[in-house]
Structure formats: structure tokens, C-alpha cells
Design a protein around this ligand. Structure first.
Ligand SMILES: Nc1nc2c(ncn2[C@@H]2O[C@H](COP(=O)(O)OP(=O)(O)OP(=O)(O)O)[C@@H](O)[C@H]2O)c(=O)[nH]1
Ligand SMILES: [Mg+2]
Ligand SMILES: [Zn+2]
Length: 291
């Protein structure tokens, strides 16, 4: 049997990449009966049916699953922002960070369009996230800055690029692997598009080994499926201090003897991050009321 990774799924066919080619495969009937949903990123074993088609016989255990987009065995999420246009700010970064932290995958923050940036403002934002422990890399896809460093971080991994529309995700990927020829465009041209163009997640192979997934940028409307306690875990520096609060159920709002609020007061946790936390917590509470 041959072994490979599903790079694309379309019209009930699975495209399985082995070292030298991609084979169009169907799935053995028994898997369909089990209602097992195979995802892009799953490792499978298959046998050939004739010259160029295959049948998937075995599905290897899944290491991880990302929900948005639905991809199995992702190693890391590259959260991509533009320094300018669309402008970066901590609220935007924190909202994307929460969604990425829910996956419990490794996160790298990439800040693109360095060529347009006001470096003073940007460097204080960068130190804010580095101080929390996040890896932050700066890029200019247009001027080929940081592209090689990023390329090194991607090799032999499955990496998902996510972040606001117009941040330059597709442009960065084209700079890393010109053969990909992904669509890029001005932010203004994108308005009205996107929402109805269903794009399926696809693993794009890198010549240096590994795969990337380009995703269309999206904006947030809700944090519906996040609980208040899960939210705390999405802010590493808050989660670390939480156990010192008087109440184990402390949401760090108005509770007495709250270690988190004390840490904000002492400057151990930044006001910006605490404000983001409160904003998202409020959104979660509002969403709960709606039911
Ligand atoms: N000045 C500058 N412009 C850039 C840079 N990288 C990308 N752009 C421009 O930013 C715009 C958006 O780039 P895309 O790569 O389409 O952005 P995206 O993140 O893929 O956007 P979606 O696919 O809508 O999520 C394009 O006009 C790019 O040419 C950069 O480093 N500097
Ligand atoms: Mg794009
Ligand atoms: Zn507290």
C-alpha cells in the first residue's frame, strides 16, 4: 500500500500526495458507513485502482484538528497582519489570537508591509507580544524582507496562514513559493467578494518540504462557541496569574481579591490586553443572553 497526505478534497474525491505525485482517490465504503469525515491534512494508506486512481484503505491517527479552516495535523498557525492598510492594533491581534489559541497549536505572529510602517509605534506593539512569549516576525512581501526567515520556519511543517483580509497572506506565500500563483488584490477590490466564494482548504506543497494553507481573511461577528473559562486560557499571561485569585471561578471583572486586576495595576499585564480580554468576555456574555 502507498501512504500519503490528503491535499485537497473535491466532489467526493480525495487528492493524495505521495513523494512524487498526487493521486485521485475514493474512499472504501465502510468508512462512509462509519460517517468518518476525512479532512485535508489526514495521512492515509491507499491502493491503486488501475493506472491513475486509488482507493483509500486506511486512515492514520490524527494529531490535531483546526476548525477554521477544517484541516487535520496542522503544526502551526501563522497569524498575519499588515502594519498598515489594514492597520494593526492590539484589539485586532487579540481577537485573532483568541481563535488561534483555541486550537492549542503553535502560533507565530507575522507583521507584513514593514515598508509602510511607522517603526516606533510598531516596535512597542511587537514588544508587547514578545513579552507575553509569542514569536513575532516582521515582513515585507513586497521588498522580500523576512521571507527567508519565514521560509525556514515553514519547512517540513503544515502551516496555516490566517489573518485579516488584505494583510498580504497570499502575497507572502507567492514570495515564498512563486509557483503557487495565488490571487492577491487591493483591500478595496475585495469588498463584497469573499463571502460567497466558497474556498476549500487545500494543502499547497513547498519545494523545501512541508505544506501551507492560504485562507481568505474574515471579520469577526461572534465568539459563540467560546466559554468564559476557555477565554481565560486564550490569554497566556492572564491564565498564568488566574490561580492566585481568591475565587477559582474569578472572571477578573469586579470580583474581590483578583490577582489579575492587581497584575494590571502593577503593570505585569498590560492594560491593552486586559481591555481586549474584557471586550471579548463582554461579547461572550452578550451572546449567552441571546439564547
Ligand atoms: N506595500 C506593501 N503592500 C503589500 C505587501 N504585501 C502585500 N501587499 C499588498 O496588499 C494587498 C493585499 O494582499 P493579499 O496578499 O491579497 O492579502 P490577503 O491577506 O491574501 O487577503 P485575503 O485573501 O483577502 O484574505 C495587495 O494589493 C498586495 O499587493 C507589502 O509587503 N508591502
Ligand atoms: Mg489571500
Ligand atoms: Zn481574578
Amino acid at each position: 500500500m502507498l501512504q500519503g497526505v490528503i491535499v485537497k478534497s473535491y466532489n467526493s474525491y480525495y487528492y493524495v500526495q505521495t513523494s512524487n505525485k498526487v493521486t485521485m482517490c475514493t474512499l472504501r465504503g465502510r468508512f462512509k458507513k462509519e460517517r468518518f469525515s476525512l479532512l485535508v491534512g489526514d495521512e492515509v494508506k491507499f491502493t491503486m485502482l488501475g493506472e491513475d486512481k486509488g482507493v483509500i484503505e486506511e486512515i492514520m491517527p490524527r494529531q490535531s484538528m483546526l476548525r477554521r479552516p477544517m484541516v487535520a495535523n496542522v503544526d502551526q498557525v501563522i497569524l498575519t497582519f499588515a502594519a498598515v492598510n489594514p492597520d494593526i492594533n492590539t484589539v485586532l491581534v487579540d481577537r485573532f489570537l483568541v481563535l488561534a489559541e483555541l486550537s492549542r497549536l503553535k502560533i507565530i505572529i507575522g507583521i507584513n508591509k514593514l515598508d509602510l510602517a511607522n517603526t516606533d509605534e510598531l516596535s512597542s506593539l511587537i514588544s508587547l507580544y514578545r513579552n507575553i512569549g509569542y514569536q513575532v516576525i516582521t515582513l515585507s512581501a513586497k521588498h522580500n524582507v523576512g521571507i527567508n526567515e519565514l521560509k525556514g520556519l515553514l519547512s517540513d511543517h503544515i502551516s496555516v496562514f490566517s489573518g485579516p483580509s488584505g494583510a498580504g497572506k497570499s502575497t507572502i506565500l507567492n514570495a515564498i513559493e512563486p509557483g503557487l500563483k495565488l490571487n492577491t488584490g487591493e483591500v478595496s477590490e475585495k469588498i463584497g467578494r469573499g463571502k460567497h466564494t466558497t474556498r476549500f482548504a487545500e494543502l499547497l506543497p513547498l519545494s523545501g518540504g512541508g505544506f501551507v494553507v492560504d485562507t481568505p481573511g474574515f471579520s469577526f461577528t461572534e465568539f459563540n462557541d467560546v466559554s468564559e473559562m476557555e477565554l481565560i486560557e486564550c490569554f497566556p499571561e492572564i491564565a498564568k496569574i488566574s490561580p492566585a485569585c481568591k475565587f477559582s471561578t474569578c472572571l477578573h471583572l469586579k470580583e474581590p481579591q483578583c490577582a489579575v486586576k492587581q497584575a494590571v495595576h502593577d503593570g505585569v499585564i498590560t492594560q491593552q490586553r486586559y481591555d481586549s480580554y474584557i471586550e471579548i468576555l463582554t461579547a461572550i456574555k452578550e451572546a449567552k443572553k441571546g439564547f
